[in-house]
Design a protein around this ligand. Structure first.
Ligand SMILES: *[C@@H]1O[C@H](CO)[C@@H](O)[C@H](O)[C@H]1NC(C)=O
Ligand SMILES: *[C@@H]1O[C@H](CO)[C@@H](O)[C@H](O)[C@H]1NC(C)=O
Ligand SMILES: *[C@@H]1O[C@H](CO)[C@@H](O)[C@H](O)[C@H]1NC(C)=O
Ligand SMILES: *[C@@H]1O[C@H](CO)[C@@H](O)[C@H](O)[C@H]1NC(C)=O
Ligand SMILES: *[C@@H]1O[C@H](CO)[C@@H](O)[C@H](O)[C@H]1NC(C)=O
Ligand SMILES: *[C@@H]1O[C@H](CO)[C@@H](O)[C@H](O)[C@H]1NC(C)=O
Ligand SMILES: *[C@@H]1O[C@H](CO)[C@@H](O)[C@H](O)[C@H]1NC(C)=O
Length: 922
């Protein structure tokens, strides 16, 4: 799949405002008190809000217009998303705008129009923006933060307070060069308006000077009956696609308010390719060269599959890898050579040299693959070095054709923790040994890989890295990746342009060209009046060297692009800028120190000049003043793969990919449920399906041991013991926190004790200790522990749940408080139906109903009646902090607070959960 385009979501929140009915609850005893209560009070305004449901009675915000307008000129896509909403209520409310856009796109403009006034976003250097707004940033209030959202998308969101009876219009622009993959370009627009919209419209205008070969447009949410609503006009060079269902056509059923519009709108197309040299456009002082010659025979390839079989691959991952390998082996051509290296802490090979892909050899290899079993730890260095060695020997023996293409495909799901485990050292070893003589492709399977390590290593060796998401379609992802690289057409491609006429050329040497892809090179011309521009391409082909020459001349804008309405302004220049920035960002990860510094400086300069939100810049939006004074600015960042990964490692699994089926829209399914306890024991039960959460506290004597999770079928128990403050604070409240956890896996015979000092593993009468003071990991065949220094511990039990323990370090000399722990359960759905415990009883959901929202004891904390488990409880709207992504300040998660130790919500009385020992299981 290739370039993906815009996505849109629009949600309405009801604001925490002094005159509104729905507000935030704040528990004065939260351990944020450690950093001063003032922060919390300031934090109240923007940070926590209650998501309002369409079905409840006071939906007073009407989204009356949503428009996605996409113009594509020579693969460069420029998309403007406009959405307008009206606050129909007689009080001011927060209106929120959320858009999902492809990770490969850059945001280039954002603005809001409120009561005739426009508020513009401004692109600034990331570090400067952060510094300038340090106060807001330190409060964790960068609400416009762009977040990872599924596999291909990231989310931009912004909220703003809108006065009674006022309108707001949001306009977001993003740009992207569509990438050709497996013979097509793809534009994907994700639309989730969540309500019926008076004016709803998706329009795309595509102009391709080479001519359009085919074009397909459809929506994952569009049934056969609605398909005629997708207007599609394709002529030689241009295409117009529109989808604008009326209110009635949007309805899920006649007479109901639910909307059908919920999913991805997809356009796929390819262009005609007549010339071997490709298409060269010289316009407005810039040139672009699209190179994807037609009808080339494939070049034989030599491929080594290096496959991780360590303990963590156990279960689905290994099963799916084997399935994918069986198909991939069948797809090898008989002139290809191949080999298989398996690794854990030890390394074994199928045969000790590469083997021709004859039917007999492939069948033999398939038998070998079927018998792969998981075991041990992960020696990536040893495995890749072994593969390189085999290549070298075979090359020396002149086994392969001169013209064949050599590649290593590494698949791993973990971090190197056996043999050489320093990632820098591995990169150096591999880079040195490969010496530019083959390409390395890295597939990172699941969330526990150190993806940036793989990414850099692949880039250093003319390959690329890809993340394989865990889920039922992992086999297809693996096969899809292989298909992309299965047919090399050319190797060592050199694209040459007149030196004296071109400056600022983007990358013009490529190690290989695969069938179905395309090379794009752009540059700035030093002389725009040229009429002879010589282009040459040299490469190694199947039997002969490939060499083409072509001449191009500068053209007048309106000759090349006669259909002005299809074109947006200076796209050649922006395309060049986009490619240059992408090149520089990638050099920044894999060059020498000086190259890195230069590349960073260049990428930053261009990002600012062309107003692209890249990992080096931020979009700063100043919000309108309210009667309470100016609101904090919003800062939208673009995450690097590294930053995304860190978020994920801290439990940010916004994927739902375990549940994903083959339909694209399910990538966006609700965040996976997390239940946790953190702080002064604050229990939090997230219910992603309802987009809501429940919370309660348990107060008891320090030293009490509570059962948190007990799953007799899975044999898993988690108990936690509370600790108190050093001494009672002047306000007289005795705070307790969790200070010690005991985790027991009976079937695996593992016991784990986690304290604020260290982590002890007991197994088979032996014990091992890990300390918080360093980043470390311990991988057994049945479990995997990863400690991030002074921060968190991730416990993965084989084929079962993951737990995350967060360490809260308190200033050593703090008069009252001491270090404490938080406990988060991920993948709760993997536990059996008989799971119980203070947290466990909620893992499979809980039915409740909220009614009769009314002012509470305090003006900004509304009460409501909750019907749950046959009880009628008075609950209060509040929030708790989730510390997974921001360990210092936490993220505020709104929830319904159940008073009196969760009485009525939890089964029985909280004292029923008291245990007599940390490892007791009954
Ligand atoms: C808002 O409208 C409600 C119901 O129509 C009414 O009870 C309330 O007094 C109004 N509030 C204001 C501030 O006008
Ligand atoms: C950004 O958007 C605003 C409002 O739509 C518009 O006035 C402005 O010209 C745009 N800026 C750029 C650089 O496109
Ligand atoms: C909001 O905008 C819509 C469309 O532009 C207009 O019809 C409506 O009158 C506006 N409402 C208010 C209260 O300004
Ligand atoms: C390249 O892919 C196209 C389909 O996208 C196929 O028709 C063609 O045969 C392939 N060429 C080679 C050399 O594999
Ligand atoms: C790469 O290949 C060339 C030519 O075959 C050879 O001279 C060189 O030593 C190789 N480099 C490494 C690091 O093996
Ligand atoms: C880095 O930039 C400096 C100053 O522009 C230049 O002199 C130097 O050659 C550049 N280095 C590299 C490795 O590109
Ligand atoms: C829970 O049990 C304790 C001790 O048995 C008792 O004091 C308390 O009243 C009970 N609480 C409720 C809400 O039943």
């Amino acid at each position: 799949m290739s370039g993906v385009l815009a996505v849109l979501l629009l949600c309405v929140y009801v604001l925490a405002s002094s005159h509104g009915a729905l507000v935030i609850f704040q528990d004065a005893s939260t351990p944020q008190g450690l950093d001063g209560a003032a922060r919390q009070l300031q934090g109240l305004d923007g940070a926590a809000r209650l998501r309002q449901k369409r079905s409840t009675d006071n939906v007073n915000v009407e989204v009356y217009s949503v428009k996605v307008d996409c113009k594509v000129t020579s693969r460069f896509a420029h998309t403007v998303i406009t959405s307008s909403a009206l606050n129909k209520g007689n009080f001011s409310q927060e209106v929120s705008f959320e858009v999902e856009l492809p990770k490969t796109a850059f945001i280039t403009n954002f603005s809001m129009e409120i009561e005739g006034q426009t508020y513009m976003g401004e692109v600034k250097e990331k570090e400067k923006a952060k510094k300038q707004y340090e106060v807001a940033v330190s409060r964790g209030q960068t609400a416009g933060l762009v977040k990872a959202s599924g596999r291909k998308m990231e989310k931009f969101s912004v909220s703003v307070n809108i006065a009674a009876n006022s309108n707001v219009t949001f306009i977001l622009t993003h740009e992207e060069l569509l990438k050709r993959t497996l013979g097509q370009y793809e534009i994907m627009t994700r639309v989730k308006p969540k309500q019926l919209v008076q004016h709803f419209e998706i329009v795309a205008d595509i102009y391709e000077p080479q001519g359009i070969a085919f074009l397909d447009a459809y929506g994952t949410f569009i049934s056969n009956e609605l398909l005629p609503l997708v207007e599609k006009t394709v002529s030689d060079k241009k295409a117009h696609i529109a989808f604008s269902p009326t209110l009635d056509q949007q309805r899920k059923c006649s007479g109901c308010d639910g909307t059908l519009i919920d999913g991805d709108f997809i356009i796929k197309y390819d262009v005609k390719r007549a010339e071997s040299i490709g298409d060269i456009q010289i316009v407005n002082g810039y040139f672009v060269h699209f190179f994807a010659p037609p009808d080339l025979p494939r070049v034989p390839k030599n491929v080594m599959f290096v496959i991780d079989r360590s303990g963590s691959m156990w279960g689905d991952k290994l099963k799916q890898t084997k399935e994918a390998m069986l198909t991939i082996l069948d797809d090898l051509q008989k002139e290809d050579y191949f080999g298989i290296v398996l690794f854990d802490s030890s390394i074994s090979t199928w045969k000790d040299s590469l083997t021709m892909a004859t039917v007999e050899n492939v069948n033999e290899a398939k038998t070998f693959v079927r018998e792969i079993k998981d075991q041990g730890t992960t020696d990536i260095n040893g495995a890749v070095m072994k593969a390189i060695d085999m290549f070298k020997k075979d090359k020396e023996n002149q086994k392969f054709s001169e013209r064949s293409v050599s590649m290593i495909i590494l698949l791993t799901d973990g971090m190197p923790n056996s043999g050489v485990s320093s990632v820098d050292q591995i990169q150096e070893n591999v880079h040195g040994a490969i010496g530019g003589n083959m390409s390395l492709f890295c597939l990172g399977f699941g969330n526990d890989v150190e993806y940036s390590f793989l990414d850099v290593m692949a880039k250093q060796n003319q390959g690329l890295a890809r993340r394989i998401y865990e889920g039922s379609d992992a086999t297809l992802q693996l096969q899809g990746f292989y298909e992309e690289v299965a047919s090399p057409l050319l190797s060592d491609i050199d694209l040459r342009y007149p030196d004296n006429l071109v400056n600022s050329l983007t990358t013009s040497h490529y190690k290989q060209l695969f069938n179905g892809s395309e090379i794009v090179v752009a540059g700035r011309l030093s002389d725009n009046s040229l009429d002879n521009f010589l282009v040459e391409v040299f490469a190694h082909g199947f039997e002969d060297d490939f060499s083409v020459k072509g001449q191009a001349s500068a053209q007048e804008w309106d000759v090349l692009y006669p259909e002005q309405e299809y074109i947006f302004g200076d796209f050649t220049e922006r395309l060049w800028a986009y490619l240059t920035i992408q090149n520089m960002l990638s050099k920044r990860e894999s060059g020498t120190m000086e190259e890195k510094v230069n590349a960073t400086a260049k990428a930053l300069e261009m990002s600012l000049k062309y107003s692209f939100v890249t990992p080096l810049t931020s979009m700063v939006v100043t919000k309108p003043e309210t009667d309470k004074g100016p609101e904090d600015p919003l800062i939208a960042d673009k995450l690097t793969e590294d930053e995304r990964e860190k978020k994920q490692q801290h439990g940010y699994h916004t994927y739902g990919h375990q549940l994903s089926s083959h339909s694209t829209s399910s990538f966006l399914s609700a965040p996976r449920s997390t239940s946790y306890v953190d702080g002064d024991p604050h229990f939090m039960i997230e219910l992603p399906e309802r987009e809501d959460a429940l919370c309660f506290n348990i107060d008891d004597r320090p030293g009490t041991i509570f059962n948190l999770v007990r799953d007799p079928l899975a044999g898993i128990t988690v108990n936690g013991q509370t600790i108190g403050d050093k001494k009672v604070a002047p306000n007289g409240k005795i705070n307790t926190y969790f200070g010690r956890f005991g985790i027991v896996h009976q079937m695996l015979g593992v016991r784990l004790e986690v304290t604020t000092q260290d982590i002890t593993v007991f197994k088979d009468g032996k014990q091992a200790k890990l300390y918080w003071s360093g980043t470390s990991s311990l991988k057994g065949a049945n479990f995997d522990l990863q400690v991030t220094k002074d921060r968190s511990l991730t416990v993965t039990l084989r084929g079962s749940v993951r737990f995350l323990v967060i360490l809260h370090k308190v200033w050593k000399k703090h008069p009252y408080h001491q270090d404490y722990l938080g406990f988060y359960t991920l993948d709760t759905h993997l536990l059996s139906d008989s799971v119980h415990g203070l947290l466990g009883q909620f893992y499979h959901g809980v039915q409740f109903e909220i009614r009769d929202l009314r002012p509470g004891e305090e003006p900004d904390k509304p009460d409501a009646t909750m019907l749950v488990k046959g009880h009628e409880l008075t609950v209060t709207r509040g929030w708790q902090r989730d510390f997974r992504s921001d360990i210092k300040n936490g993220d505020n998660i709104p929830c319904w607070f159940i008073h009196y130790n969760g009485n009525g919500l939890i089964d029985g009385n909280h004292t029923d959960y008291i245990m007599s020992g940390l490892f007791n299981t009954v």
